[in-house]
Design a protein around this ligand. Structure first.
Ligand code: FAD
Ligand code: DLZ
Ligand code: SF4
Length: 510
C-alpha cells in the first residue's frame, strides 16, 4: 500500500503523485505548523490554502479516494509534514511513499532524507504542471552566455504553437511590450474583481487562522478569494471577459485605490494547482482569435505565463541552493519597519503596502517599481526582502518569489535574470501612477527635505554601485549623466541620502 502525500500547492487531480492511484492507497494531506510558520505567512494566504486543501480533500473523498486529512487543530497533529508521514506509515501497512517534487528547495532536501529515516522507499516524482521541465530548461541554458527570457519565450511559443502562424509569430512580432506602457488616464472604469462568498469551510478556517495565527501579518477580512477549481475557473473566465482587453495597455499603470487594475489575479490559483498554465493561455488566445481582445493584451498576458513564469522557475532550480545567498551589490541595510506597518510619508509605498496587507496581493508593477525599486535603491538585505515577499503574497512560493526578488528586483544575482537593474527615480512612478498627487514629498524636487526620496536615492544607488554597474552596456547613458553632474549636485545627493537614512535609523517616519 502506498502513501501519497499531496501538499497545499499541489491541489490538482492530475498531479504525478496521484497517477496510478489504487483503491487502498492512502492520500495524506496535512495542515501543519512547520509549513504555516517557517515564514509567518499572511493570514489570508493561510486561510486560502487551508480552505482550498479542505475542499480538494472533500472532492477526492466524494470520488471514493481514501484520504487521511489532518486538520491543524487535530490534537495529535505533530506539526510537521515528516511527522504526519511517519505517523501514517507506522499506523498503516505502507510500503512506499510517493510525492510530487515540492516547489521549494528546503523541502526537497528534507524529503530526500525521508527514505533513510522511514526505512522504506520514498519516490519523489517530477512536477509536470509546468510547461518546461527542470531538465529541459537546464538543456536550454547550457552553453548560453546569457539567459534571456525573450529567447526562452520564443521557444515556448513554438513548442506549444501559441500565437503562431505558418509564417511566424501572429502579427509579425514576438513581443508587443512597447504598446503596454500606457500611463493611467482619467475616467478609466475598472471592473470589480472576482469575489467568492466564504462558505462554511472557509469561515471555519478563518476562525482557526484568527485564533492560531493572530500575530501574523495581514488582514483576514474581507475574504473574497475562490477556494475550489470551479471558483478558480470562474475567476479566470471573468478576467478574460472583463479585464483582458485592457490588460496590455495598462499593464504598468497604477492608480490610488485601484488594487486590482486590469490584472488577472490568478497567480494564487495557478501556483496551488487549481488552474493550469496552458488552459489560461489557450483561453486568452481564443479571446484574441474571436476578436474580443487586442493582440498586445493577449500576447502580453501569455508572455507572463509561458515566458516569465516558466523562466523564473527554470532559473530557480538551475541555481539553487546558492542562488538564495547571492548579494552581488553587497546590500546590507535592514528592512525598514514601514514594510510591515505602512507608516511612511512616501505615498506610493504606503498605498502598495496597505493593499498588500489587506489583500495578500499587489500587482506586478507595485511589486517591482515601488516596493522593489525602493528595496534596490536603499540597498536592503536580500534575505530580509525575500522573506517579506515570500510571506506577504498569497501566490508566493520560493520557486517564483526568489528569482523575482533576488534577480529581477535586487540584481543580487549580478545580472543572471535581468540585463540591468530595474532602478528608477520618482519620475517613473509619477508617469505611471497618480500616487504623487497625494504625497508629502514633491516628485519634481530633486534635492532638499521635501524632495521625493526616490530622486536622490536613485543617483546615490548609481554612484554607490558605479564599480559594479559601469561596464553594463545598458547603463551607459545613466553613467554619462552621472559623470556630467556638478560636484555641488553630487554633494547634495549625498547629504539628502545620509539625512534620509539617519532618519530611518532613528525610527522617524520617512
Ligand atoms: P497578472 O499580471 O495578471 O499576470 C498573469 C500571470 O502571469 C500571473 O498570474 C503569473 O502567474 C504570471 N506572471 C506574471 N509576471 C510574472 C513573473 N515575473 N514571474 C512569474 N510569473 C509571472 N508571482 C508569483 O506568482 N508569486 C510570487 O511570489 C511573486 N513574487 C514577485 C515578487 C516580485 C518582486 C516581483 C517583481 C514579481 C513577483 N511575481 C510573483 C510576479 C508577478 O508580480 C505576479 O505573478 C503577479 O503580480 C500576480 O498577479 P496576477 O495574477 O494578477 O498577475
Ligand atoms: C504555504 C503552505 C502552508 C501555509 N501550509 C501548508 C500546510 O499546512 N501543508 C502543506 O502541505 N503545505 C502547506 N503550504 C505549502 C508548502 O509550504 C509548499 O508545498 C512548499 O513551500 C513547497 O512549495
Ligand atoms: Fe512616491 Fe516620490 Fe511620488 Fe511620493 S513623490 S508618491 S515618494 S514617487
Amino acid at each position: 500500500m502506498k502513501l501519497r502525500l499531496v501538499l497545499a500547492d499541489q491541489l490538482n487531480k492530475s498531479i504525478t503523485s496521484l497517477r496510478d492511484l489504487e483503491v487502498h492507497d492512502v492520500i495524506l494531506m496535512a495542515e501543519v505548523r512547520s509549513e504555516a510558520t517557517y515564514v509567518k505567512h499572511h493570514k489570508k494566504k493561510i486561510a486560502f490554502l487551508f480552505s482550498a486543501m479542505r475542499h480538494f480533500a472533500q472532492d477526492l473523498i466524494s470520488e471514493g479516494a481514501n484520504v487521511e486529512y489532518v486538520f491543524y487543530d487535530t490534537p495529535d497533529n505533530s506539526g510537521s509534514l515528516f511527522g504526519e508521514v511517519q505517523r501514517v506509515v507506522e499506523s498503516h501497512k505502507i510500503d512506499k511513499v510517493v510525492v510530487t517534487s515540492p516547489g521549494e528547495h528546503r523541502l526537497l532536501s528534507e524529503m530526500q532524507g525521508w527514505s533513510k529515516q522511514l526505512d522504506i522507499p520514498v519516490e519523489i516524482l517530477n512536477d509536470d504542471r509546468f510547461l518546461s521541465s527542470v531538465n529541459e530548461f537546464a538543456d536550454w541554458a547550457k552553453g548560453r552566455k546569457q539567459l534571456r527570457m525573450e529567447f526562452f519565450y520564443r521557444e515556448m511559443r513554438r513548442k506549444y504553437s501559441v500565437l503562431m502562424e505558418p509564417e511566424g509569430p501572429t502579427g509579425g512580432e514576438w513581443n508587443y511590450d512597447a504598446k503596454n506602457r500606457k500611463p493611467p488616464k482619467e475616467g478609466l472604469t475598472i471592473p470589480p474583481p472576482f469575489c467568492a462568498e466564504p462558505d462554511i469551510v472557509t469561515r471555519d478556517v478563518m476562525a482557526l487562522v484568527d485564533r492560531e495565527f493572530a500575530d501574523h501579518f495581514g488582514d483576514l477580512e474581507p475574504f473574497h478569494y475562490g477556494v475550489t477549481r470551479g471558483d478558480a475557473l470562474a475567476a479566470l473566465d471573468m478576467f478574460i471577459e472583463t479585464r483582458l482587453a485592457c490588460f496590455g495597455d495598462y499593464q504598468d499603470a497604477m492608480i490610488q485605490g485601484e488594487a486590482w487594475m486590469y490584472h488577472s489575479h490568478i497567480a494564487l490559483y495557478l501556483n496551488c494547482g487549481l488552474l493550469e498554465p496552458l488552459e489560461c493561455v489557450q483561453k486568452a488566445e481564443a479571446a484574441y482569435r474571436q476578436g474580443d481582445v487586442p493582440l498586445n493584451s493577449a500576447e502580453g498576458f501569455i508572455r507572463q505565463i509561458i515566458g516569465w513564469r516558466e523562466f523564473v522557475r527554470g532559473i530557480y532550480w538551475l541555481k539553487m541552493p546558492s542562488y538564495k545567498d547571492s548579494n552581488y551589490l553587497e546590500a546590507h541595510r535592514a528592512l525598514p519597519e514601514f514594510y510591515w506597518t505602512a507608516e511612511t510619508n512616501m505615498n506610493c509605498l504606503r498605498q502598495s503596502i496597505l493593499e498588500t496587507k489587506q489583500n495578500a496581493y499587489a500587482h506586478h508593477i507595485q511589486r517591482l517599481m515601488v516596493l522593489g525599486n525602493f528595496a534596490l535603491l536603499a540597498g536592503l538585505r536580500p534575505d530580509q526582502v525575500n522573506e517579506w515577499y515570500l510571506l506577504v503574497y498569497a501566490d508566493a512560493y520560493e520557486w517564483v518569489e526568489l528569482p523575482n526578488v533576488s534577480g529581477m528586483v535586487l540584481f543580487a544575482d549580478g545580472g543572471l535574470l535581468a540585463s540591468k537593474p530595474y532602478a528608477a527615480s520618482g519620475s517613473y512612478i509619477k508617469k505611471m501612477s497618480n500616487y504623487c498627487d497625494n504625497c508629502a514629498y514633491k516628485v519634481a524636487a530633486k534635492n532638499g527635505s521635501k524632495a521625493c526620496p526616490f530622486n536622490y536615492l536613485y543617483w546615490d544607488f548609481v554612484d554607490r554601485n558605479s564599480e559594479k554597474l559601469r561596464g553594463n552596456p545598458r547603463m551607459g547613458f545613466v553613467f554619462g549623466t552621472l559623470d556630467r553632474m556638478s560636484q555641488d549636485k553630487r554633494l547634495a545627493i549625498k547629504d539628502d541620502t545620509s539625512r534620509f537614512f539617519s532618519a530611518l535609523k532613528s525610527g522617524d517616519t520617512v
